[in-house]
Design a binder for this molecule. Structure first.
Ligand SMILES: NC(=O)c1ccc[n+]([C@@H]2O[C@H](COP(=O)([O-])OP(=O)(O)OC[C@H]3O[C@@H](n4cnc5c(N)ncnc54)[C@H](OP(=O)(O)O)[C@@H]3O)[C@@H](O)[C@H]2O)c1
Length: 261
């Protein structure tokens, strides 16, 4: 079998959905059996962790960082024998740490995805150790082509990448919720307010990417002198909006660093 997922919760499940658009030659597993329903929905196989280690050529590791060592320890003999490609998505854990947890010299691809991969709009940074061949990487990128943006990043920057795009959807959901609550206060029904807020976030993001313009310039184009939008900007500035967003990324980055210790 081509791929396996050990741990298939929020992030692993989103990646499995993205992968399934290219191939369903994979199986998933979890601890509780909740992923059995997901396997039926995708559809893909459901195996145990030792079966995945024994049968799959490439193995996504979708467990929490603090569990990684214990999950890989019992699989060490079979990993040493087969040397499948390990694809870790764990925040803060380096390729070297994964290699140590696997107990052998083994190819390790480290990815930092985000949950919008499930709808083809994700951001995934990646880096790998020296045992990952160009062909393995090319094939992986091809199989993940329906996940969204895939971008190489030096390993030393992965924790920072994780802080902006891995965790970023959570910040943006908060923004969408807050914008919609503001509109609700002004009388817009909740469903419409949420739709307008979410579509506006998508539109603004697309404008940044499509025009290549600095977001400050795009902001200026929305603000007329003495107009209402600049009054809204002033309110955001008064409440430390930009500083809060910067601090969110930096706090996440610092926490990612702690997770790897
Ligand atoms: N969530 C995100 O947006 C995001 C973004 C980037 C990276 N990540 C990374 O993705 C990884 C998973 O995070 P998550 O948010 O997806 O966590 P999650 O929803 O809690 O999923 C963790 C998965 O691991 C399974 N698991 C736990 N112990 C296991 C074991 N001994 N054997 C097999 N499976 C086991 C869980 O199964 P049960 O449910 O049955 O316990 C569950 O399927 C983390 O390393 C995190 O750093 C997450």
């Amino acid at each position: 079998m081509k791929y396996g997922f050990i741990g298939c919760g929020n992030m692993g499940g989103a990646l499995a959905k993205a992968l399934a658009k290219a191939t369903t030659d994979f199986a998933i597993t979890d601890r509780s059996g909740k992923a059995i329903a997901l396997a039926a929905e995708i559809p893909c196989g459901y195996l145990s962790s030792p079966e995945i280690a024994a049968q799959c050529e490439r193995i996504f590791l979708g467990v929490k960082p603090h569990m990684m060592k214990d999950v890989l320890a019992p699989l060490q003999p079979i990993l040493a024998q087969r040397k499948p490609l390990l694809i870790t998505m764990a925040a803060g854990l380096t390729t070297q740490q994964i290699r140590e947890f696997a107990g052998c010299d083994i190819p390790v691809l480290r990815i930092m995805p985000n949950t919008p991969v499930a709808v083809g709009k994700g951001v995934t940074q990646y880096c790998c150790n020296d045992l990952v061949t160009e062909e393995m990487l090319r094939d992986f990128l091809h199989d993940m082509r329906f996940s969204g943006l895939l971008d190489p990043l030096e390993e030393r920057l992965m924790d920072a990448g994780s802080a902006i795009s891995g965790s970023g959807p959570a910040y943006v959901y908060l923004l969408i919720e807050a914008l919609a609550d503001g509109a609700l206060t002004c009388g817009i029904p909740r469903a419409k307010a949420l739709e307008y807020a979410a579509a506006t976030v998508i539109g603004a993001g697309e404008m940044v990417l499509a025009t290549g313009q600095h977001p400050g310039a795009l902001k200026d184009a929305v603000c007329s002198p003495g107009g209402s939008t600049i009054s809204g900007i002033r309110a955001l500035e008064n409440h430390g909006f930009r500083a809060a967003a910067m601090e969110a990324v930096i706090a996440t980055y610092n926490r990612n660093k702690e997770l790897g210790k």
